[in-house]
Design a protein around this ligand. Structure first.
Ligand SMILES: C[S@@+](CC[C@H](N)C(=O)[O-])C[C@H]1O[C@@H](n2cnc3c(N)ncnc32)[C@H](O)[C@@H]1O
Length: 329
């Protein structure tokens, strides 16, 4: 008893304060302004354009959290902020902070209601156009590292045409097609997401090899003529029964020997590891009203029940991995 401290409670219970400080530091442009070089509070307040008194609170919170370093009177970006939050690198995670700040954080105020009732609190991915943009861009940023890893983790040379179901902005297809120059692709997405994907893909060198099809993966015909299908971060939005139905519908539209790549936050059998995945279960619950994180074992069962056989699971990046499956013989 004597050794027990409440430190962990305070650390976790104040987690939302750390998160909100970080969001606001990004929103006011703190990290971008520090890329112009180390600055005193007076200089930084002028650059950022907010009162010195309140900037100090934010800047020191960022120092305490390890994102900003302070030497004497001068503040400068730490390595993590410089690499991911400065807007000067290809590894830009600022869209994630914008998504969490403007869409996720307000929705989490309803987590208690969602958990207590078991009912959807928001419509299924019901977004305003601005929220849709934040969602699509934020998801693409979170998934940038796993997407980059896919073309080297999985060998697409055996395939001719890839279908990405619920493919978001098309960022996964863009990274795969850049590496495999003979591959053609189809992006299948809801119209609201396609509105973001179209201009994004048009700006990539692979646009000419990607066909965009608007539709609903549960009710519209799944496009045929593909020998590999990617389903990335879609299954965690839905109940197991709907996921099995989706995998079965997909199986019916591909030839013998086709492959299926299920990318997700696959957890251990207890759903408690990795930690980030266990926490994201709340986010997936709120997003479409019925989501969750699932274990690799659950994914394998769904595959078996829908005409597929799982071959292997491979890590991609962070907590994201891919289960590779083939049509069952
Ligand atoms: C979490 S995002 C993942 C996007 C992308 N696959 C990735 O991993 O970056 C889930 C995507 O599934 C799409 N989606 C959800 N329900 C859908 C449906 N019924 N039909 C088609 N797409 C759907 C959403 O529009 C959203 O872009």
């Amino acid at each position: 008893m004597a050794d027990v401290t409440p430190d962990r409670i305070f650390q976790v219970a104040s987690g939302f304060m750390a998160a909100k400080h970080l969001f606001v530091a990004h929103e006011v442009g703190l990290f971008e302004q520090l890329t112009r070089g180390p600055a005193t509070l007076d200089e930084l307040a002028q650059r950022v354009g907010i009162p010195r008194r309140t900037l100090r609170i934010l800047a020191d919170a960022m120092v305490a959290l390890g994102f900003v370093e302070r030497e004497g009177e001068r503040y400068q970006n730490g390595l993590v902020a410089a690499t991911f939050l400065s807007g000067r690198t290809p590894t830009d995670l600022r869209p994630v902070l914008r998504l969490f700040n403007h869409v996720t954080y307000p929705r989490w105020l309803k987590l208690e209601e969602a958990v207590r009732t078991g009912q959807p609190v928001f419509g299924e991915l019901a977004f305003t156009p601005e929220e849709q943009r934040l969602f699509s861009e934020g998801v693409a940023a979170v998934q940038a590292a796993p997407a980059q890893a896919l073309p080297t983790t999985y060998d697409f040379r055996r395939h001719r045409r890839v279908l990405d179901l619920g493919g978001g902005t098309g960022s996964w297809l863009a990274t795969v097609l850049r590496e495999y120059t003979d591959l053609q692709a189809t992006l299948f997405e809801l119209p609201a997401a396609v509105a973001i994907a179209r201009p994004y893909l048009a700006g990539t060198p692979v646009a000419g090899r990607i066909t965009i099809v608007e539709g609903d993966i549960f009710t519209d015909p799944i496009p045929d003529g593909h020998d590999v299908v990617l389903i990335a971060n879609v299954l965690h939005l839905f109940r197991p029964e709907r996921n099995v139905a989706l995998l079965r519908r997909t199986r019916e539209r591909v030839p013998e020997g086709a492959r299926l790549l299920l990318v997700d936050f696959w957890t251990d059998p207890t759903h408690t590891q990795p930690l980030f995945a266990a926490l994201m279960a709340g986010e997936f619950l709120l997003a479409a009203g019925e989501g969750d994180v699932y274990s690799e074992e659950e994914g394998r069962e769904w595959l078996k029940a829908s005409g597929w056989q799982a071959l292997e699971r491979k890590p991609l990046a962070g907590v994201v991995s891919v289960i590779v499956a083939e049509t069952a013989s």
